[in-house]
Design a protein around this ligand. Sequence first.
Ligand SMILES: [Zn+2]
Ligand SMILES: [Zn+2]
Length: 135
Amino acid sequence: MSHTGRCYCGEIEYEFDDPIHAQLLCHCRECRYLSGGSSNTSIVISEDKFRITKGTPGTFKRDDIEKPRIRHFCCKCGTHIFVKSPPRPGMLVLKIGTLDDHSWFKPSSAIYCIDQQPFHLIPDNIPSFKKTPSS
Ligand SMILES: [Zn+2]
Ligand SMILES: [Zn+2]
């Protein structure tokens, strides 16, 4: 299946094909800066199935931490679209809010629950991890 999405202002558009490797709720401190405060809702997709179809995203990475994530966003409206994460080579972590249709999102796990805030609600029926399943 193909999916399409865009930033808030429409300067950046993208599309990608399945598979979707994971559907995540992340509660880490970093994600809260980028989500606005709630858990971060993202999916993990294959980088080679992803295409920017309009515009050129800007990138940002911190230079004061080891193996920083590379964040891709719209330079005009600031919408954060996807992340390249060194622990996930060949993958992109995409914010579901930028998908034209994200009504199908169904979290498969909750991660970094060690940082969970009292107002973060995690569905009962999904596995949750202090950090990640592998740590
Ligand atoms: Zn934009
Ligand atoms: Zn996070």
